[in-house]
Design a protein around this ligand. Sequence first.
Ligand code: ATP
Length: 244
Amino acid sequence: SGEPLLSLDRLEVVYPGDLLALRDVSLDVAEGDVTVLLGANGAGKSTTLKAISGLLAAEGGAVRRGAIRFRGQDLRRLSAAERVRRGVVHVLEGRRLFRQLTVEENLRMGAFARSDARAVRDDLETAFTLFPRLRERRAQKAGYLSGGEQQMAAIARGLMARPTLMLVDEPTMGLAPGVAREVFAALREINAARGVTVLICEQNAALALSAARTVAVLETGAVTLFRPAAGLSLEGDVQRAYFG
Ligand code: ATP
Protein backbone atom coordinates (compact mmCIF):
# COMPACT_ATOMS: atom_id res chain seq x y z
CA SER A 1 0.00 0.00 0.00
CA GLY A 2 1.01 3.63 -0.30
CA GLU A 3 0.81 4.28 3.45
CA PRO A 4 4.27 4.68 5.04
CA LEU A 5 4.99 2.43 8.02
CA LEU A 6 6.14 5.44 10.01
CA SER A 7 5.29 9.04 9.43
CA LEU A 8 6.69 12.00 11.34
CA ASP A 9 4.71 15.13 10.70
CA ARG A 10 6.19 18.50 11.70
CA LEU A 11 7.65 17.32 14.99
CA GLU A 12 8.75 19.87 17.52
CA VAL A 13 10.61 18.55 20.59
CA VAL A 14 11.81 20.37 23.68
CA TYR A 15 14.03 19.36 26.59
CA PRO A 16 13.83 20.84 30.11
CA GLY A 17 14.78 24.49 30.17
CA ASP A 18 12.75 25.11 27.01
CA LEU A 19 15.65 23.84 24.91
CA LEU A 20 14.35 23.35 21.38
CA ALA A 21 15.94 20.14 20.01
CA LEU A 22 13.67 19.51 17.01
CA ARG A 23 12.12 22.50 15.25
CA ASP A 24 10.29 20.89 12.37
CA VAL A 25 10.96 17.28 11.45
CA SER A 26 8.85 15.54 8.83
CA LEU A 27 9.87 12.16 7.54
CA ASP A 28 8.20 9.07 6.05
CA VAL A 29 9.66 5.60 6.41
CA ALA A 30 8.32 3.03 3.95
CA GLU A 31 7.76 -0.55 5.09
CA GLY A 32 10.83 -2.68 4.29
CA ASP A 33 13.13 0.31 3.80
CA VAL A 34 16.55 1.12 5.25
CA THR A 35 16.60 4.83 6.02
CA VAL A 36 19.69 6.58 7.34
CA LEU A 37 19.44 9.83 9.24
CA LEU A 38 22.60 11.90 8.84
CA GLY A 39 23.61 15.13 10.51
CA ALA A 40 26.28 16.87 12.54
CA ASN A 41 26.60 16.61 16.32
CA GLY A 42 23.57 18.05 18.01
CA ALA A 43 21.47 18.17 14.84
CA GLY A 44 18.75 16.14 16.54
CA LYS A 45 19.24 12.61 15.21
CA SER A 46 19.12 10.83 18.58
CA THR A 47 16.24 13.02 19.72
CA THR A 48 14.25 11.99 16.64
CA LEU A 49 14.71 8.29 17.47
CA LYS A 50 13.82 8.89 21.13
CA ALA A 51 10.64 10.69 20.14
CA ILE A 52 9.62 7.66 18.03
CA SER A 53 10.44 5.05 20.69
CA GLY A 54 9.17 7.07 23.62
CA LEU A 55 12.51 7.10 25.46
CA LEU A 56 12.37 10.88 25.22
CA ALA A 57 10.18 11.06 28.32
CA ALA A 58 12.89 9.44 30.45
CA GLU A 59 15.08 12.47 29.73
CA GLY A 60 12.35 14.97 30.45
CA GLY A 61 11.89 15.73 26.77
CA ALA A 62 8.47 16.25 25.22
CA VAL A 63 6.87 16.37 21.80
CA ARG A 64 5.32 19.80 21.81
CA ARG A 65 3.83 19.74 18.34
CA GLY A 66 3.37 17.34 15.45
CA ALA A 67 2.41 13.71 15.03
CA ILE A 68 4.19 10.34 15.07
CA ARG A 69 2.11 7.82 13.17
CA PHE A 70 3.02 4.14 13.05
CA ARG A 71 0.73 2.05 10.85
CA GLY A 72 -1.50 5.06 10.79
CA GLN A 73 -1.84 5.23 14.58
CA ASP A 74 -0.47 8.09 16.69
CA LEU A 75 2.21 6.81 19.07
CA ARG A 76 2.47 9.93 21.17
CA ARG A 77 0.19 8.81 23.95
CA LEU A 78 1.67 5.31 24.28
CA SER A 79 4.36 4.39 26.80
CA ALA A 80 7.75 3.22 25.56
CA ALA A 81 6.92 -0.37 26.63
CA GLU A 82 3.64 -0.26 24.72
CA ARG A 83 5.49 0.90 21.60
CA VAL A 84 7.87 -2.07 21.95
CA ARG A 85 4.86 -4.39 22.08
CA ARG A 86 3.66 -2.86 18.83
CA GLY A 87 7.00 -3.56 17.19
CA VAL A 88 8.88 -0.28 17.58
CA VAL A 89 12.26 -1.16 19.06
CA HIS A 90 15.10 1.25 19.88
CA VAL A 91 18.64 -0.13 19.83
CA LEU A 92 20.86 2.00 22.02
CA GLU A 93 24.58 2.00 21.50
CA GLY A 94 26.51 -1.10 22.58
CA ARG A 95 28.02 0.47 25.66
CA ARG A 96 24.57 0.53 27.21
CA LEU A 97 24.42 -3.25 27.67
CA PHE A 98 24.22 -4.70 31.17
CA ARG A 99 27.94 -5.23 31.60
CA GLN A 100 27.66 -7.64 34.56
CA LEU A 101 25.15 -9.88 32.79
CA THR A 102 26.14 -12.48 30.23
CA VAL A 103 25.63 -12.02 26.51
CA GLU A 104 22.72 -14.47 26.58
CA GLU A 105 21.09 -12.73 29.56
CA ASN A 106 21.38 -9.41 27.76
CA LEU A 107 19.73 -10.85 24.66
CA ARG A 108 16.93 -12.35 26.73
CA MET A 109 16.26 -8.93 28.22
CA GLY A 110 15.28 -7.85 24.72
CA ALA A 111 12.34 -10.25 24.92
CA PHE A 112 10.98 -8.71 28.13
CA ALA A 113 7.63 -7.84 26.57
CA ARG A 114 7.05 -11.39 25.26
CA SER A 115 5.53 -14.40 26.96
CA ASP A 116 6.13 -17.02 24.25
CA ALA A 117 9.10 -18.79 25.90
CA ARG A 118 9.62 -21.37 23.19
CA ALA A 119 9.66 -18.80 20.39
CA VAL A 120 12.06 -16.69 22.45
CA ARG A 121 14.42 -19.67 22.63
CA ASP A 122 14.17 -20.12 18.85
CA ASP A 123 14.83 -16.43 18.28
CA LEU A 124 17.90 -16.61 20.51
CA GLU A 125 19.31 -19.34 18.26
CA THR A 126 18.46 -17.29 15.17
CA ALA A 127 20.28 -14.29 16.66
CA PHE A 128 23.33 -16.46 17.37
CA THR A 129 23.24 -17.73 13.78
CA LEU A 130 23.29 -14.15 12.56
CA PHE A 131 26.09 -13.25 14.99
CA PRO A 132 28.30 -16.35 15.43
CA ARG A 133 30.79 -14.47 17.59
CA LEU A 134 28.05 -13.85 20.12
CA ARG A 135 27.23 -17.55 20.24
CA GLU A 136 30.84 -18.31 21.17
CA ARG A 137 30.61 -15.70 23.93
CA ARG A 138 27.06 -16.35 25.10
CA ALA A 139 28.13 -17.18 28.68
CA GLN A 140 30.63 -14.34 28.93
CA LYS A 141 29.86 -11.04 30.66
CA ALA A 142 28.90 -8.37 28.15
CA GLY A 143 31.39 -5.96 29.70
CA TYR A 144 34.24 -8.05 28.32
CA LEU A 145 33.11 -7.90 24.69
CA SER A 146 34.95 -5.74 22.17
CA GLY A 147 33.26 -2.53 21.00
CA GLY A 148 32.08 -4.18 17.80
CA GLU A 149 30.76 -7.25 19.62
CA GLN A 150 28.89 -5.02 22.08
CA GLN A 151 27.25 -3.25 19.18
CA MET A 152 26.27 -6.61 17.63
CA ALA A 153 24.86 -7.70 21.01
CA ALA A 154 22.83 -4.50 21.29
CA ILE A 155 21.36 -5.14 17.82
CA ALA A 156 20.74 -8.82 18.63
CA ARG A 157 18.97 -7.77 21.84
CA GLY A 158 16.73 -5.48 19.77
CA LEU A 159 15.91 -8.37 17.43
CA MET A 160 14.72 -10.43 20.41
CA ALA A 161 11.73 -8.10 20.67
CA ARG A 162 10.63 -9.16 17.16
CA PRO A 163 10.62 -5.62 15.81
CA THR A 164 8.66 -4.37 12.85
CA LEU A 165 10.66 -1.13 12.97
CA MET A 166 14.17 -1.08 14.40
CA LEU A 167 15.60 2.30 15.40
CA VAL A 168 19.38 2.13 15.62
CA ASP A 169 21.34 4.89 17.31
CA GLU A 170 24.86 5.53 15.97
CA PRO A 171 25.82 1.86 15.56
CA THR A 172 29.36 2.54 14.30
CA MET A 173 30.44 5.10 16.88
CA GLY A 174 34.02 4.42 17.96
CA LEU A 175 34.40 1.36 15.73
CA ALA A 176 37.23 0.68 13.27
CA PRO A 177 36.09 0.96 9.61
CA GLY A 178 36.10 -2.79 8.98
CA VAL A 179 33.98 -3.46 12.06
CA ALA A 180 31.64 -0.59 11.17
CA ARG A 181 31.06 -2.20 7.76
CA GLU A 182 30.29 -5.53 9.47
CA VAL A 183 27.69 -3.84 11.66
CA PHE A 184 26.01 -2.29 8.62
CA ALA A 185 26.13 -5.66 6.82
CA ALA A 186 24.31 -7.23 9.78
CA LEU A 187 21.66 -4.49 9.69
CA ARG A 188 21.15 -5.03 5.96
CA GLU A 189 20.80 -8.78 6.57
CA ILE A 190 18.20 -8.15 9.27
CA ASN A 191 16.32 -5.99 6.79
CA ALA A 192 16.60 -8.37 3.85
CA ALA A 193 16.18 -11.72 5.58
CA ARG A 194 13.82 -10.78 8.41
CA GLY A 195 11.88 -8.02 6.69
CA VAL A 196 12.57 -5.55 9.48
CA THR A 197 12.26 -1.89 8.52
CA VAL A 198 15.34 -0.04 9.76
CA LEU A 199 15.93 3.61 10.66
CA ILE A 200 19.56 4.31 11.58
CA CYS A 201 21.18 7.51 12.76
CA GLU A 202 24.77 7.75 11.75
CA GLN A 203 27.62 10.25 11.48
CA ASN A 204 29.61 8.38 8.82
CA ALA A 205 27.97 9.68 5.65
CA ALA A 206 30.00 7.54 3.22
CA LEU A 207 29.10 4.31 5.00
CA ALA A 208 25.48 5.37 5.32
CA LEU A 209 25.18 6.15 1.61
CA SER A 210 26.50 2.70 0.73
CA ALA A 211 23.94 0.94 2.94
CA ALA A 212 20.80 3.05 2.87
CA ARG A 213 17.94 3.02 0.43
CA THR A 214 16.72 6.38 1.67
CA VAL A 215 18.77 9.20 3.20
CA ALA A 216 17.60 12.06 5.37
CA VAL A 217 19.82 14.87 6.61
CA LEU A 218 18.99 16.83 9.74
CA GLU A 219 20.38 20.26 10.41
CA THR A 220 19.62 22.11 13.66
CA GLY A 221 16.38 20.27 14.25
CA ALA A 222 14.95 20.27 10.74
CA VAL A 223 15.16 17.99 7.70
CA THR A 224 17.22 19.56 4.91
CA LEU A 225 17.38 16.59 2.55
CA PHE A 226 15.18 13.51 2.14
CA ARG A 227 15.84 11.36 -0.93
CA PRO A 228 16.60 7.88 -2.25
CA ALA A 229 20.28 7.07 -1.68
CA ALA A 230 20.76 5.97 -5.30
CA GLY A 231 22.29 8.82 -7.25
CA LEU A 232 23.02 10.97 -4.20
CA SER A 233 26.49 12.48 -4.17
CA LEU A 234 28.34 12.83 -0.92
CA GLU A 235 30.30 15.90 -1.93
CA GLY A 236 27.40 17.67 -3.60
CA ASP A 237 23.93 16.96 -2.21
CA VAL A 238 24.80 15.66 1.23
CA GLN A 239 27.42 18.28 2.11
CA ARG A 240 25.08 21.05 0.98
CA ALA A 241 22.34 19.66 3.22
CA TYR A 242 24.76 19.42 6.15
CA PHE A 243 26.05 22.95 5.91
CA GLY A 244 23.08 24.80 4.50
P1 ATP B 1 24.92 13.53 18.55
O1 ATP B 1 25.39 12.79 17.37
O2 ATP B 1 25.94 14.46 19.12
O3 ATP B 1 24.20 12.71 19.57
P2 ATP B 1 22.35 14.29 17.55
O4 ATP B 1 22.16 14.75 16.16
O5 ATP B 1 21.93 12.93 17.90
O6 ATP B 1 23.84 14.56 17.97
P3 ATP B 1 20.72 15.11 19.74
O7 ATP B 1 21.47 14.28 20.71
O8 ATP B 1 19.38 14.67 19.33
O9 ATP B 1 21.59 15.36 18.44
O10 ATP B 1 20.64 16.58 20.35
C1 ATP B 1 19.84 17.62 19.78
C2 ATP B 1 19.86 18.83 20.72
O11 ATP B 1 19.19 18.49 21.94
C3 ATP B 1 21.25 19.28 21.13
O12 ATP B 1 21.23 20.68 21.23
C4 ATP B 1 21.45 18.64 22.48
O13 ATP B 1 22.33 19.41 23.27
C5 ATP B 1 20.05 18.65 23.06
N1 ATP B 1 19.83 17.53 24.00
C6 ATP B 1 19.96 16.21 23.72
N2 ATP B 1 19.64 15.44 24.78
C7 ATP B 1 19.28 16.32 25.77
C8 ATP B 1 18.83 16.15 27.12
N3 ATP B 1 18.65 14.94 27.65
N4 ATP B 1 18.57 17.28 27.84
C9 ATP B 1 18.72 18.50 27.28
N5 ATP B 1 19.14 18.71 26.03
C10 ATP B 1 19.41 17.64 25.26
